[in-house]
Design a protein around this ligand. Sequence first.
Ligand code: ATR
Length: 279
Amino acid sequence: MILTGHARLAGVIGWPVGHSRSPRLHGYWLDKYRLDGAYLPLPVQPGRFEQVLRALPHMGFAGANVTVPHKEAALALADHVEPVARRIGAVNTLVVRPDGSLEGHNTDAFGFLENLRQGHPGFSAAAGPAVVLGAGGAARAVIAALQEDGAPAVRLLNRTAERAWQVAAELGGPIEVVPWEQRAEALAGAALLVNTTTLGMEGQPPLLLDLQQLPVDAVVSDIVYVPLETELLGAARRRGNPAVDGLGMLLHQARPGFAAWFGVMPEVTDELRNFVRGP
Ligand code: ATR
C-alpha cells in the first residue's frame, strides 16, 4: 500500500484495541478497491477519549470507529447523533462533516439486518415474533433492527431479568420480557431466534436450549462467531432450520463507515469472510 499526501484517514478507537479485526477488514477493502487511504488501530485510554475525539477533525481524519469502552462516551460527545444510535444508546461510527463537526452513528442494527438478508435471502422481521436472548449492547442493536424491520413482537429473555426490563422500557414497542428459565417454551410460534449472549463463545459456558418447540422454518442466528458454527447453529441446521452465523454482522456493520470515509460502499464476500478469520 502506497499512500499519497491526499490519503483519507480513519481508524478504530478502543482500549485495548489489539484484538480488533477492523484494521484487517478495512485494510482488505482499501486494497481491493485500490483506494488512497489508511485505517489504523488507535489505542486510546478512557481518560483521553474526548481529547482524541476533538482532535480528529484537526488531524485530517474522515472519521473513526469507536469500540469498548468508548461507545457511550461517543454518543454523549458527538455533535449530531442519528436516531437509531440514540435508541441503542451507543455510537460505533464517527463521521467528520465538512465543517469539522462529528456525526455519531450506530451501524450494528444495519449490520445485523444485512447479514440476515444475505445469509437468508428474503428475510423479513415482519414474518413473525422474534426471540432474543441477552440484554447487553448487542441485544439493543438487534431489537432496534427488528423493530425497524417490522417485527410484530419481540420476546426478550435474559439471565438477569432486571436488565431485560430496562431494555424493554428504553426501547419501547411490543417487547415481552420472559423469564430466562422459560426459554424453551418461548420458542413456540417464533419466526426468528437470536442469541446475543456470550454463551457458546470459545471459553464461555455453552448455551443450553431445547429447540423442540421452535418451528422448523424459523431463522436462527448467533452473534457469537468464535467458533463460527456455534452449537446453537449446528443444532438448528440439524433439525432443518435456516441458520445465519455472526461473522457477517461484524463485516456488514463496517460497510457504512467505510462508505462515508472512503467513498465506496464495500461488499461482503466469501473471500472476505475467510480473510478476516485468518491470523
Ligand atoms: P454486549 O454488550 O456485547 O451484548 P454484555 O453487556 O456483557 O455484552 O452482555 C452479555 C450478555 O450475555 C448478557 O445478556 C448476559 O446476561 P446478564 O445480563 O445476566 O449478565 C449474558 N450472559 C453472559 N454469561 C451468561 C451466563 N453464564 N448465563 C446466561 N447469560 C449470560
